[in-house]
Write a new protein. Structure first.
Lengths: 114, 112
């Protein structure tokens, strides 16, 4: 079965520092990959997506992610974190052969220190 | 602006009671979904619908029911058979296979 692993449950960084959130997936073919962000008590907002082509994708709010097939990874990065980036981040993959259905990782909670 | 509206934002259920969560979208999307979110568990799929008058069970459908009588509406009923209903419920929609899902702001359900 397909799965998505976010190894870090909680990450704390200082404002202005760089950020990398890890995501690994298990899936035979090239999946469709997504990163979402969730502020407390809110729904999820799409940050970026990868379908095919260039393996480095740019998203909103200054985020980017790189698809590495050899490592089955899709890590999210930001060069300089802002206090407003504090939220929970979810990696997700569309399951093959089962239209529309996403499998989500369990999320990484980001805390930003001033 | 187009989007997904979930109501109410907070809901309380008594023992033995069924409650219905509303989800409406004006994005003209064909597919709609219901997820349950528990702390540290990510999102788990309850039900999804690819087209009007059709829906499929997700991973945790027991104790829940849905209907899809209109393209824009996909209400979720939490029945008394769901013994642990306390959670944050999220509705989403997408327009076709592989396209990103758009989410509502959620409904938090608690037991009285």
């Amino acid at each position: 079965a397909q799965s998505v692993t976010q190894p870090d449950i909680h990450i704390t960084v200082s404002e202005g520092a760089s950020l990398e959130l890890r995501c690994n997936y298990s899936y035979g073919a090239t999946p469709y990959l997504f990163w979402y962000v969730q502020s407390p008590g809110q729904g999820l907002q799409l940050l970026l997506k990868y379908f095919s082509g260039d393996t480095l994708v740019q998203g909103i709010k200054g985020f980017e992610a790189e698809f590495k097939r050899s490592q089955s990874s899709f890590n999210l990065r930001k060069p300089s974190v802002h206090w407003s980036d504090a939220a929970e981040y979810f990696c997700a993959v569309v399951r093959g052969g089962s239209n529309y259905k996403l499998t989500f990782g369990k999320g990484t909670l980001l805390t930003v220190n001033p | 602006d187009g989007g997904i509206t979930q109501s109410p934002k907070y809901l309380f259920r008594k023992e033995g009671q069924n409650v219905t969560l509303s989800c409406e979208q004006n994005l003209n999307h064909d597919a709609m979904y219901w997820y349950r979110q528990d702390p540290g568990q990510g999102l788990r799929l309850i039900y999804y619908s690819q087209i009007v008058n059709d829906f499929q069970k997700g991973d945790i459908a027991e104790g829940y029911s849905v209907s899809r009588e209109k393209k824009e509406s996909f209400p979720l009923t939490v029945t008394s058979a769901q013994k642990n209903p306390t959670a944050f419920y999220l509705c989403a929609s997408s327009d076709s296979f592989g396209k990103p899902q758009h989410f509502g702001d959620g409904t938090r359900l608690s037991i009285l």
